[in-house]
Write a protein that binds this ligand. Structure first.
Ligand code: RNT
Ligand code: ZN
Length: 412
């Protein structure tokens, strides 16, 4: 018997159908963020990164043109199994001349759409409310300055128009996610007014109606940013309520909660009240540090909730990490493979049996099963999954990326 046959037998003992799990996971789309490729620099200008987020490190070989970014992205996805999407930000507009955020148009994304269609991947989109001189005193959509607010409302409207255009061209909805950095370093004198202005700005942005077959809208909350420790206008309560009242969706970023909160536990509550749940999977280390996703308990638990829900179509899974201390393509590959691993691992749980034990109050069996699952031969199934997806197994891709680094990235 080969390793895989032995593994099948071990899983069978727990009534787990390995082939079914593999087939389920390979069709779950995961949106890979373009911004790991260039430290969120974008193609529009060379403004420093602002908004209370930070990319640390200065690893050589960074992509700085549209061509380089596409080249690196393709290199990464050759090594990532499963169904891939690409997540773009407005600052990745392609244009020979400078276009400001309140001027971007669908045509600036045609080159990306062509690229995605050629490679059989779908696109998601985000307006970019940071790294710009019109972020005044750390406020955008909630700014007390009328023309600042108008500028960003226009950006939001144009971004949705672009997302709907992308959706139409790719014949499938494009997720348009709004995240703004707005907040304060120190204790506010007025918490209510900025939130009121944000609500009003969003109302204006969402007053433009588009076909649901082309665009899905989401709003991303946060607990704090660097230099914005005391107050975040777009808090969890704000956006969960906003989304529920306006028929749009909440996006949970796994780095945007207090470190002891269990992000996986939030999913089932949202599932009951929302059409979709959008996710940014990342790895916070002590803060929202956006480390490369690890195959750790946090991510495995999130994946488990997705699979156990039996409503996988309601999830819009995206990634959001950025590390510039290591090879950026290897970072992309590692984080994305780890999300695939977590999904596969979760699909290899005997969810029905566990639910039954719980309903029968057989907590002893539930605990024992939860523990025994941990030592099943997952690595063998993962290898098979890679093989079926025609990507290298663990231990077989890094060497090639080292060559790519030497021959391509370091020559830039
Ligand atoms: C920031 C948010 C946001 C960004 C990206 C670049 O804390 O997580 O999603 O990381 O939009
Ligand atoms: Zn995020």
């Amino acid at each position: 018997m080969n390793d895989y046959t032995v593994a099948l037998k071990k899983y069978e003992h727990y009534e787990i159908d390995v082939e079914k799990a593999i087939n389920l996971v390979k069709d779950i789309p995961v949106s890979i963020h373009c911004w790991q490729g260039d430290d969120i620099s974008g193609l529009l200008s060379h403004e420093a990164l602002t908004g209370g987020i930070q990319v640390t490190g200065n690893y050589p070989g960074k992509a700085s043109t549209f061509e380089e970014l596409k080249q690196d992205f393709l290199k990464a996805i050759e090594n990532i199994p499963g169904t891939k999407r690409i997540n773009l930000h407005a600052i990745y507009a392609v244009s020979d001349t400078f276009v400001d955020r309140n001027e971007i148009e669908p045509k600036h994304f045609d080159p990306w759409i062509d690229f995605a269609l050629e490679n059989n991947i779908k696109i998601d989109f985000n307006p970019t409310f940071f790294s710009h001189e019109k972020v005044i005193d750390n406020f955008t959509l909630s700014s007390p300055i009328e023309n600042v607010r108008e500028f960003w409302i226009e950006h939001g409207k144009r971004s949705r128009k672009i997302a709907a255009y992308i959706g139409k061209r790719q014949k499938s909805p494009c997720l348009c996610n709004i995240w703004i950095p707005d907040g304060m370093k120190d204790i506010p004198g007025d918490r209510l007014s900025p939130r009121k202005r944000l609500k009003d700005s969003l109302d204006q942005i969402y007053s433009d109606k588009y076909d649901e077959n082309f665009i899905i809208d989401s709003v991303e909350s946060k607990v704090f940013g660097i230099g914005l420790e005391s107050y975040t206008v777009g808090s969890s309560e704000f956006y969960i309520n906003y989304a529920a009242h306006h028929g749009i969706n909440a996006l949970l970023d796994s780095g945007h909660y207090h470190p002891t909160e269990n992000v996986a536990d939030k999913i089932s509550s949202l599932l009951l009240f929302n059409k979709f749940i959008a996710l940014h999977i990342t790895r916070p280390v002590r803060w929202d540090s956006d480390h490369v996703v690890s195959f750790n308990d946090d991510v495995r638990e999130i994946a488990r909730e997705i699979i156990a829900s039996n409503q996988i179509d309601k999830f819009l899974i995206g990634l959001d990490f950025f590390d510039a201390t290591i090879n950026r393509v290897a970072a992309w590959i590692t984080g994305s493979r780890n999300v695939q691993k977590a999904l596969l691992h979760a699909a290899l749980y005997p969810h029905k049996t566990m639910k039954k034990f719980q309903d029968e109050a057989d907590f002893t069996s539930l605990l024992v099963l939860n523990e025994e699952i941990k030592t099943l031969p997952f690595g063998t199934v993962w290898d098979k999954y890679c093989e079926i997806n025609s990507v290298p197994k663990d231990g077989e891709w890094l060497e090639e990326i080292k060559h790519y680094e030497r021959d391509v990235q370091l020559k830039r």
